[in-house]
Design a protein around this ligand. Structure first.
Ligand SMILES: *Cc1c(COP(=O)(O)O)cnc(C)c1O
Length: 399
């Protein structure tokens, strides 16, 4: 069917909360997507950092199909095998101890916040605890996650938001210290800020936050929803810094396409926070998503994905740095591994560049108004990086 007619139908019935690109995607193969008119796109967005394994991974697909035939859902009133295995693999990979599976990233943040509040409440019985979050952060769209999201545009229409949240400047330890007091129960941050423009944490900053948390018995919550699952060349980005959080939030590539997230905590938090009855979910961690997460960890190991990301990301860094030198409109390159950004001059809207890239057959997304975001499937090869650079050059050359 004609794409325009499909788009017309979508715009008549789907709530207009996204200004979508005018293509209807049909199927994927490797690191390419195809629309319903047969046009091929090189995918450097991976469904917003979700499709780490690209499209059509046989082993993954067979595992999911097998689980569909066996059992999709049981509720959390019973145990199921795939989810037990998935939890074990997350704990082994992170060195953290206990997992709660959610259906999305924003829910993982909600759970992490609830755990931190309960932990503080169990200590002193007070209900006026504060959370320190970061400016330009993004943690999700549900009300609790929105409350710690440092973007006024997303927050304002929905205020008042739950909880007492104060915002510090990312990578500025003094600004965090100024906000810490006896009521602070948690400090939440992305190890690499995604939506906010691809800003990795500085090592001293992350270590400093960890130290404050240790001294004051404040919980450190790291949002690894975008930067986790191998994207930086480490299973979790905090492992690059050697700074282990008390609670970590995961989602996006955790299930490589099935809707699943998790918040994962150290035993000392688990022992003193959420108890039976304090938290729950109907779908969360059902056998279907458990099978996906479990298989994702197996494939990461079997295909040595982390090693591959470390190698291939050097090609990406090189190409982006070259473009920064060649094109005056590119101000800066930032990022880690296969999570990178090119900041453009304010006069060049990143959305316009990504729309033009789409015409060239390249799927690219933005982070904020002036940053192009590169979060391709982790299985890309050098030839794909070169192909991306060729297509992007054709666009940047127009400015
Ligand atoms: C995407 C994202 C979220 C929200 O995840 P959803 O699955 O969309 O709810 C939270 N934090 C970060 C860092 C993200 O990138």
């Amino acid at each position: 069917m004609e794409a325009n007619s499909q788009i017309g139908r979508a715009e008549s019935h789907i709530l207009h909360t996204y200004n979508r690109y005018p293509i209807v995607l049909d199927y994927g193969e490797g690191v390419y997507l195809y629309d319903t008119e047969g046009k091929k796109y090189l995918d450097f967005a991976a469904g917003i950092a979700v499709q780490a394994l690209g499209y059509g991974n046989r082993e993954y697909q067979e595992a999911l199909k097998g689980q569909i035939d066996k059992l999709m859902h049981t509720s959390n009133l019973y145990y199921n095998q795939p989810t037990i295995e998935a939890a074990e693999k997350i704990c082994a990979a992170s060195g953290l101890d206990r997992v709660f599976f959610t259906n999305s990233g924003t829910e993982a943040i909600e759970g992490a916040i609830k755990a931190a509040k309960k932990y503080a409440y169990a200590k002193d019985g007070r209900t006026d605890h504060e959370i320190i979050a970061m400016e330009h952060s993004f943690h999700g769209r549900s009300l609790g996650a929105l409350a710690v999201t440092g973007n006024a545009h997303y927050r304002e229409p929905f205020e008042p938001l739950p909880g007492i949240v104060k915002f510090a400047e990312y990578n500025n330890l003094e600004s965090v210290k100024r906000l810490v007091n006896g009521k602070t129960c948690a400090i939440i941050l992305e190890t690499v800020q995604g939506e906010g423009g691809i800003y990795p944490a500085e090592e001293d900053f992350l270590r400093g936050v960890k130290e404050i948390c240790g001294q004051e018995d404040i919980l450190m919550i790291l949002d690894e929803i975008q930067c986790g699952m191998g994207r930086t060349g480490h299973m979790f980005a905090w492992q690059k810094y050697g700074v282990k959080p008390d609670i970590m939030a995961c989602a996006k590539a955790l299930g490589c396409g099935v809707p699943v997230g998790a918040f994962v905590m150290a035993e000392h938090v688990a022992k003193a926070s959420l108890k039976p009855g304090d938290h729950g979910t109907t779908y969360g961690g059902n056998p279907f998503v458990g099978a996906a997460v479990s298989k994702v960890f197996d494939i990461f190991e079997g295909q040595k994905i982390l090693k591959h990301v470390r190698e291939i990301s050097e090609c990406l860094t090189r190409q982006l740095e070259q473009m920064r030198e060649e094109y005056g409109v590119v101000k800066e390159r930032r990022g880690l591994g296969l999570m990178q950004g090119l900041e453009l001059e304010a006069s060049v809207p990143a959305g316009e560049v990504s729309a033009k890239a789409l015409e060239q057959g390249l799927i690219l997304i933005t982070a904020g108004n002036n940053v192009l975001r590169f979060v391709p499937p982790l299985v890309i090869e050098k030839q794909h990086v070169d192909e991306m650079a060729g297509k992007l050059r054709a666009v940047l050359g127009q400015y």
